[in-house]
Design a protein around this ligand. Structure first.
Ligand code: HEC
Length: 133
């Protein structure tokens, strides 16, 4: 019995280790990138979504009063890149939308990492959510 539990435990550890090593590229961002994204956000988004992301003409994008936390990073990115700024969609370079996502992730309490967010990691890390899970 004890042996069996030990075997099962060992098996689970091996499974957990292989799941970690096989994990897709993680959608992390760096503090510098979030800072760039903040500047881009103030330039292109804040007039409608507010200086504190609280929502003005457009909905809140953070702060508990927002919908984003229920969505994946990929879905929010795809929506923003295709539809925002409202009235002038797709007008920013791809890199600015990506940096703005880094800023939004930071505003949602997702911890920064050592690797920048890219379009590739956004696409690859489908389970990443704005809720930080
Ligand atoms: C001229 C005003 C305006 C500007 C500028 C603007 N937005 Fe919006 N945004 C809106 C409005 C209005 C909505 C809600 C209706 C819609 O989705 O079209 C919205 C919706 C959104 C949503 C979806 C929110 C949700 O709850 O799902 C996101 C994400 C978003 N905007 C991000 C951005 C980003 C990023 C920028 C800057 C690149 C930006 N917006 C610039 C007005 C604006």
């Amino acid at each position: 019995m004890t042996l069996r539990i030990a075997t099962v435990t060992a098996g689970l550890l091996v499974l957990a280790a292989s799941a970690l090593s096989a994990a897709p590229p993680h959608a992390s961002y760096t503090p510098d990138q979030a800072w760039r994204g903040r500047l881009d956000y103030y330039r292109s988004c804040a007039e409608c979504h507010g200086g504190a992301l609280e929502g003005v003409f457009g909905p809140a994008l953070a702060g508990g009063d927002d919908n984003l936390k229920y969505q994946s990073v990929k879905d929010v990115y795809t929506y923003a890149a295709a539809h925002m700024p409202h009235g002038d969609p797709e007008s920013l370079p791809e890199g600015e939308y990506v940096d703005i996502m880094a800023f939004l992730m930071q505003a949602h309490g997702i911890r920064a990492g050592s690797r920048e967010l890219t379009k590739t990691t956004i696409d690859a890390d489908a389970p990443a959510t704005m809720g930080g899970k």
